[in-house]
Design a protein around this ligand. Structure first.
Ligand code: BG6
Length: 491
């Protein structure tokens, strides 16, 4: 598939339209990210941000709402009164019911002539196709228009295809920005550099030199106020289908021929298509579902999932998933890939662990029985890369101990680190598609994930309980222990 780069008009004004503009994502992430881009002089001039909502608000009510809701999500030091006042002046509120075609006329009047238009759909995916159709009927789509689709993009393959088909009737593929905010994280982008900007790893980055790969995205928070969305979604669809598989793609892909969006996305697609499909017996053996029960988090008592607000009694939704995957290609033959993610885990931590092969033979009888070389890439909350090596303990004899070479990326660079949404929004404005999912990638991810969801239904697999504030159900450790391996859990 090819996606020509969208045309970005030099010095064109910007009209950024946020559907769902007074919703949670907009207030917590999008408007703060746009503020940061604005305060660093990165928005085109003039830029207008049209915040859409259904409330019949006048200008004063809208401004009071913004003043109240957005600042808590902006670094206080960055929010100087002058920068903030100039940012707020860029905002305008438009009352619009996305289901009413006639309401879109107001948007037409608000657009600046010759502008780059970005329609950010921060709404439920159920509205995506209606919004695109109404934009088209109101003549609001031209070759410079972009649409940004927030996840979840469907809840299975069929629904994802349907959204893609409908959106595709009005926008060419190169105008569609399917966002996965993990691809905007500095450390995730740095993974490409670690692999392809250095010579020492790539020759070893394969079977049989790599014994296993672990990818963990652990959150300490619970479901919070999002049960309405989360309970019908679960951790597999919320995190594995997108964020974890995207991380896996970057870890496992072949070197792309260039950094062009399609060159990168072609390689990621090959990884997704090489994932070994799971049969029902694979699902029974190689996956673990969990759900948190009351415990503690950050030294405070934490409710269990079933006690959280708006969770239906007896809900069988998983808040934790661990699984063992395989990539059917030469590079990754026989290398188990372990993925896990969960809410209310022991701490917030996202990391990738590359475990290198065991020594073929040991000269040192006193060497500890443990993995020798391991590369640990911590994505958040800290950003570092650690290479574990064996070294001789000082003293008589040949006693070995693991020690680490540690590269602290935050200390190594003083430059400001933009949040993922800021970086991705700038990509949308500039028409850069590399860090967005192409249609075929999204569908390949669903193709692999769907049999897992179906397998759980066939097996009537109930989530296993785990205490809030722990690393998940015991079965997750057992999954690795079967291969004589263990999750890396030390700090
Ligand atoms: C979102 C999920 O995509 O990612 C949330 O819907 C999750 O459930 C969040 O909490 C995690 O993102 P981050 O950037 O905090 O790791």
């Amino acid at each position: 598939m090819t996606s020509p780069a969208p045309v970005t008009l030099a010095d064109a004004p910007l009209d950024m339209v946020i559907f769902g503009g007074v919703g949670d994502l907009s207030l917590r992430k999008l408007l703060p990210a746009l503020f940061m881009a604005h305060s660093h002089g990165n928005l085109p001039e003039p830029s207008r941000i049209h915040v859409l909502g259904r409330q019949a608000w006048d200008e004063a009510t809208f401004r009071a709402f913004i003043e109240d809701k957005v600042p808590p999500f902006i670094d206080a030091a960055a929010r100087t009164p002058d920068a903030w006042a100039r940012f707020v002046a860029r905002l305008s509120y438009l009352m619009l019911d996305a289901t009413q075609c006639a309401d879109f006329a107001v948007l037409g009047h608000a657009m600046q002539p010759g502008s780059t238009r970005v329609h950010y759909l921060a709404t439920s995916p159920g509205l995506f196709t209606t919004i695109c159709a109404h934009l088209a009927s109101n003549g609001l789509i031209d070759p410079h228009t972009r649409v940004v689709l927030e996840k979840p993009l469907g809840h299975d393959l069929a629904s994802a295809r349907q959204i893609n088909d409908e959106v595709g009737k009005h926008f060419a593929e190169h105008q569609i920005f399917r966002i996965d905010h993990y691809l905007g994280k500095e450390t995730v982008q740095n993974l490409m550099v670690l692999r392809f900007g250095n010579t020492i790893f790539e020759p070893l980055w394969r079977s049989p030199f790599i014994k296993s790969v672990q990818i963990t995205v652990a959150e300490s928070v619970g479901v919070g106020s999002r049960a309405g969305f989360y309970d019908s979604t679960g951790a597999l669809r919320d995190m594995v289908q997108n964020h974890l598989l995207q991380l896996l793609c970057i870890v496992a892909m072949e070197p792309p021929v260039s950094l062009d969006p399609d060159a990168v996305r072609d390689e990621k697609l090959k990884v997704l298509r090489s994932l070994r499909p799971m049969t029902v017996s694979d699902v029974a053996r190689d996956t673990v579902r969990g759900q948190y029960t009351p415990g503690a988090s950050g030294g405070e008592a934490a409710a269990g999932y079933l006690q959280e607000a708006n969770v239906p009694p007896g809900s069988g939704t998983e808040t934790f998933v661990a699984l063992r995957a395989h990539i059917n290609n030469w590079r990754w033959a026989n290398v188990p890939i372990f993925l896990r993610t969960g809410k209310r885990m022991a701490e917030r931590r996202s990391e990738i662990v590359i475990e290198f092969a065991d020594l073929p033979f040991t000269l040192f009888p006193d060497a500890p029985r443990q993995p020798v070389n391991r590369l640990l890439i911590r994505l958040q909350p800290e950003e570092h890369v650690q290479l574990q090596m064996m070294a001789k303990e000082p003293g008589s004899g040949m006693r070995l101990r693991p020690v680490s070479l540690k590269l602290d990326l935050e200390a190594a660079f003083e430059a400001r680190r933009a949040e993922a949404y800021e970086r991705l929004l700038m990509d949308v404005i500039k028409g850069r598609l590399t860090h967005f999912m192409r249609r075929d990638e999204l569908e390949a991810a669903w193709t692999w994930v769907e049999p897992i969801q179906n397998g759980w239904a066939t097996l009537d697999e109930k989530p296993r309980p785990y205490t809030a504030g722990t690393w998940g159900p015991a079965a997750s450790s057992a999954l690795m222990a079967r291969d004589n391996m263990a999750w890396v859990e030390e700090a």
